[in-house]
Ligand binder design. Structure first.
Ligand SMILES: [Zn+2]
Length: 116
């Protein structure tokens, strides 16, 4: 792995060097510690449908919704960074701007202007 790139868990913010495992998704990462936390939540809520419903946005307190909204905002930034990382790797492999633009449904020039 290229040491200049630091990948962080999208949930807790820890870098890949601070956790045992970092699993990557499309623009997001989750560490083994956060997966374990999720497993605990799932285990606790299993069978308790009412408690599960309380986790849905429709039933969340306003304060939590505001926090969620702010989290979505920073998610855009982290997806943007993740896209830049992937483009950098592709460019190091000499993948053309045309090919990158094609998968992003933009022109070669637009891809280069955004990520070049
Ligand atoms: Zn984490």
């Amino acid at each position: 792995m290229d040491s200049k790139r630091v990948y962080r868990c999208s949930f807790c913010g820890k870098a890949q060097t601070e956790v045992k495992t970092l699993v990557s998704g499309p623009g997001v990462f989750i560490c083994d510690e956060c997966v374990r936390l999720c497993q605990d939540v799932i285990a606790k809520k299993a069978g308790a449908q009412k408690a599960q419903d309380s986790l849905l946005p429709d039933n969340a307190p306003t304060e939590r919704l505001l926090k969620t909204l702010s989290g979505y905002n920073s998610a855009f930034e982290s997806v943007d960074r993740a896209m830049q990382d992937v483009v950098d790797i592709l460019r190091e492999r000499e993948v053309s701007w045309a090919a990158i633009g094609e998968v992003l449904s933009v022109s070669r020039q637009a891809a280069w202007k955004r990520f070049g």
